[in-house]
Design a protein around this ligand. Sequence first.
Ligand SMILES: *Cc1c(COP(=O)(O)O)cnc(C)c1O
Length: 369
Amino acid sequence: MNKVLMFSTTSANAGIDLSSPVMRVLDSHWYVLGTEVSSFENEFAEYNGVRHCVSVANGTDALELGLRSLDIKAGDSVIVTANAGFYSSTAIHLIGAKPVYVDINPATHTLSVDALKEALEINVPKAIIVTHLYGQLAEIEDIIDLASKYGVPVVEDCAQSHGAMRNGKRTGSFGTIGCFSFYPTKNLGALGDGGAVITNDTAIAEKLRQYRQYGWSSKYCVDLPGGRNSRLDEMQAAILREKLTHLERQNTERRDIARKYNKAFEKFPLICPISLDDDYVAHLYVVQVSKRDEFRSFLNEQGIMTDTHYPIPDHLQKAYVCEQKIGSLPLTEAACDKVVSLPCFPGMAGEDVERVISVVTLYFKSIGE
Ligand SMILES: *Cc1c(COP(=O)(O)O)cnc(C)c1O
């Protein structure tokens, strides 16, 4: 029997016309920073209800250049969660700034408002990064209220939450900036790498346009230090324009799978995603289970692929010395030991969803639950 995969680009791109965008670029003979890029930026800004979108080469660059556009410098502290795959930490370290890790709300896997409150009383950082992990919008309104009291800008990491919304407002439009990745498995995925920053702040957008192109103010005039080459290319922009028109449908498909899982798993000792509303776009369907390794190998033996997002919290990664030791983020550490992601992606066959459900059911039967 076929394996049930964690993601399939074949399924996710089925029925989407990718040839026309590619042909358009081939016929134009223009490959970098042309009309496809500017059109995509306009269309993505409009979709998110913001004034500006500046595309870059990938999501990590979006975070790093985004932080630079807020004047974050070496030695500055940035508050961030430790359960989101080290991407934000990478961006913070690239600047030489210092991550200050704050615990999560285990129900949403996003930054805990209470823990943030405590952290701000101890030390006011230069920025706060909020990751809408697994596609779940964080308690972003409360976080922004709190941050504004201290005058701290909020960076939204929207690499897993394209399209998520609450009260008509989209992910990335709440904070000072919103950072996106268009890696192929993301809710809005290119056929390669890509990223973008969205903002309502014109000065920040201008700075980002300089950072992504050598710090130029105009051709060959380097006015801004810290610039580099980080551009989305025309081919990816053309593809993203087409894929953007499918984002709502694909988010609905993802959420429908999550809904089936949540319903089927109600009776089992599993902690399932808390929301099935517009504020959750099911980038990953993550449950918490106590004997994670046994659970995963049982599913693997039955041909169901799973993954762990993410097994090692950022403060315990070996590459960087961190003052925060094991035990300093109890809720983050507990979640890291229990999270497991089940297959959930657009175009996933209905029978595969049913297979996942029956194998999970079989697992709990086998352990007498
Ligand atoms: C994928 C991802 C990124 C990084 O994006 P890249 O395009 O791979 O650099 C950042 N943050 C989160 C939460 C992600 O999932």
